[in-house]
Design a protein around this ligand. Structure first.
Ligand code: UDX
Length: 446
């Protein structure tokens, strides 16, 4: 089938590439000429495992094209995906300007019947707005062309996006048009083998499904962070508690890892946007507000531990930070807990020596050069001259350090483990002080 994808960000690029991989003819459109030129030369602007090879192979095979020419791209596709960003605006609502701009462009250029698929995470009711925007442009030029709008939210995890797209656990299709649903089923048939993963519903339910999924996952994390905060005050170890509750299949082991707070492009934005959607509908979503508040406080946690350990005396100290990305296997630093930690450390007059396996160029882009930030090529370099170490992202490369070497390198001999990756006893056996999240020891400096 012939497919057009608007937006070559995470969602658009991964979706377009995976659709090409299973044999569809895909054209991806972006307004960013430099990005499109790069993609046409095989330069993939994001780090996503497996993506670059797939882009190169499908581009080389002529199934995947990149262009800034929206008219040509609209002429190409029978199915037109909207996968542009919906960043939060000032009040936390999802900003629909990019989605609606694409809808208007489609309306201006559409010359034959098509299905318009909304993949961006959008407030409930957006399908109606997209439909109205396209219809208005069509009628402005006196064109009568049939089109359908389908809500098809994505559930990709950064770092595992290609796999999530090729092997989805569900494909949500929100549409009242049986014909559009049939076309979408044909499009997704290669991803829907062995058992049926397609869930058909109305558009609004599909739109809310995406928010509900992310809000539920964010709630699990904030719940565990709250338990961790209780655990450390009552002398319990949240890691034991995690094992104790995760074994109940109704709770499950997934997404109950306490830590330095959740980040990324989805959870913070979507929890806020859903709260806003509820408020606009006349309902105050108390739980969502609490999920966000717990997470905001949790991002201050590592700094608070350091402040307590050093009795408020952080000025002139140097801290090693391992991990800048909001989670492993990505270079994405949007809403990353590391950003809050760095900001607090800098405000307190400390210097940061940071290393991340993938996010170094992103850190340079965000922070530029400043005297209180040294970006280091290796984890070991980050330790040089440092008083203490913060582990903020649980990259595998940080899981098994040589604790004796850590002890030798760190002047104050302290490890702040923001993801509970280490065995406290092992760290302490090397003569280091250990602080984790919700592990009792956090409140008891040696
Ligand atoms: C998320 C959803 O998982 C995905 O389905 C949706 O489409 C987009 O949003 P993503 O933002 O890529 O994906 O990351 P995810 O792996 O969900 O992690 C989000 C954040 O939660 C990270 O900062 C991670 O460190 C944190 N997290 C996750 C925890 O703190 N504890 C956990 O138990 C799990």
């Amino acid at each position: 089938m012939r497919v057009t994808v608007f937006g070559t960000g995470y969602v658009g690029l991964v979706t377009g590439t995976c659709l090409a991989e299973v044999g569809h003819q895909v054209t991806c459109v972006d307004i960013d000429q430099a990005k499109v030129d790069g993609l046409n030369r095989g330069v993939v602007p994001i780090f996503e495992p497996g993506l670059e090879d797939m882009v190169l192979a499908n581009h080389g095979a002529g199934r995947l094209a990149f262009t800034t020419d929206a008219a040509q791209a609209i002429a190409h596709g029978d199915v037109l995906f909207i996968a542009v960003g919906t960043p939060p605006d000032e009040d936390g609502s999802a900003d629909l300007q990019y989605v609606l701009a694409v809808a208007r462009t489609i309306g201006r250029h559409l010359s034959r019947p098509a299905i318009v698929v909304n993949k961006s995470t959008v407030p409930v009711g957006t399908a109606d707005k997209v439909r109205a925007a396209i219809a208005a442009e069509l009628s402005a030029r006196g064109a009568e062309i049939a089109f359908e709008v389908v809500s098809n939210p994505e559930f990709l995890k950064e770092g595992a996006a290609v796999n999530d797209c090729m092997r989805p656990d569900r494909i949500v299709l929100g549409s009242r048009s049986a014909q559009a649903v049939e076309t979408m089923k044909r499009l997704y048939a290669p991803f829907n083998r062995n058992h049926d993963r397609i869930v058909v519903m109305d558009e609004r339910s599909a739109e809310l499904t995406k928010y509900a999924a992310n809000a539920m996952l964010a709630t699990k994390i904030s719940f565990m962070n709250e338990m961790a905060n209780i655990a450390e005050r009552v002398g319990a170890d949240i890691e034991m508690v995690r094992h104790g509750i995760g074994s109940d299949p109704r709770i499950g082991y997934h997404f109950i890892y306490p830590g330095a707070g959740y980040g990324g492009s989805c959870f913070p934005k979507d929890v806020q946007a859903l709260g806003r959607i509820a408020r606009q509908a006349g309902y105050e979503a108390k739980l969502l507000g609490a999920v966000e508040a717990v997470n905001t406080a949790q991002k201050d946690k590592l700094f608070a531990l350091a402040e307590r350990h050093f009795a408020g005396d952080l000025r002139g100290r140097t801290f090693a930070v391992w991990g800048l990305a909001f989670k492993p296997n990505t270079d994405d630093m949007r809403e990353a807990s590391s950003r809050r930690l760095l900001e607090l450390l800098w405000n307190a007059g400390a210097t940061v020596r940071a290393h991340d396996p993938e996010a170094m160029h992103e850190a340079t882009r965000i922070f530029g050069t400043r005297p209180d930030l040294v970006l280091c090529d290796t984890p070991a370099q980050a330790l040089e001259g440092a008083d203490a170490l913060f582990v903020v992202t649980e990259w595998k490369a940080f899981w098994s350090p040589d604790f004796a070497a850590l002890k030798a390198a760190l002047k104050a001999g302290v490890v702040f483990d923001g993801r509970n990756v280490y065995d406290p006893a092992q760290v302490e056996a090397a003569g280091l002080a250990y602080y984790g999240i919700g592990r009792g020891r956090s409140l008891q400096p040696r």
